[in-house]
Design a protein around this ligand. Sequence first.
Ligand SMILES: [Cu+2]
Length: 276
Amino acid sequence: MLRIATFALTLFLFGQAAAPALADQPRPWGLWMQEAASPTMQQIESLNITITVIILIVLAVVFALLGYIIFRFRASRNPQPAKFEHNTPLEFLWTMIPVLILVAIAFPSFHLLYAMDRVKDADLTLKVTGHQWYWSYAYPDQNVSFDANMVQDGDLKPGEPRLLAADAHVVLPVGAVVRIQTTADDVVHSWSIPALGVKIDAFPGRLNETWVRIDRPGMYYGQCSQLCGINHGFMPIQIEAVPKDQFTTWVQQNQTKKQSSSDGGPVLADARQERN
Ligand SMILES: [Cu+2]
């Protein structure tokens, strides 16, 4: 029964999203969620469907009961109302049934929370730092780092979504397990990309960790999801998932050039080395 209902609901909801996926970004009049592109998002989606089905069943039962009571015990049909106030078995039941439903929901949801939390063997690390109001990214092992600001309306190229495109975007290899560490420079931000099922707060003075594995190439868009100040809505996240060899080329092109000792003088060069 639950399976059939789940299937029907999935058909209905995904029917709405059947339009060809151009990029993983919000669409006008879009319903439901963006198409999942990571195992985490797939699990979030299936948990969401399961819980929605449970909610619908609860709703149907409550409304049916309510309708029955309104009809069966209406004043004209039931002129002498019963006078009792307590019914211990009934009270026990209407307490225990919701408790059991909540416990049943808690198991898969905790399972998912732990699965999202951290990963033992990551292929690479991406460090994300939130600033008022832009993101900066670092690939500590690849020696790549850059800032990403929103593209202003006047500078948008054709196909770039307004308020979602960034002047520099994160590039990640498809299929690789990426450890994501987030922190912030000033206030709390949140790095979230709906299609990847990633949403993690970035706190000043603290390093949060999660992970992602992107299963198909594409451009993914997200936004800062903690109210962080006046330009909170203008610090988008743009991620491109590319095949592994393309990622390697990108890393080589974007590696920070080794500072030569001639620029900045010996004092600065020494200080820089100590920092590193
Ligand atoms: Cu922010």
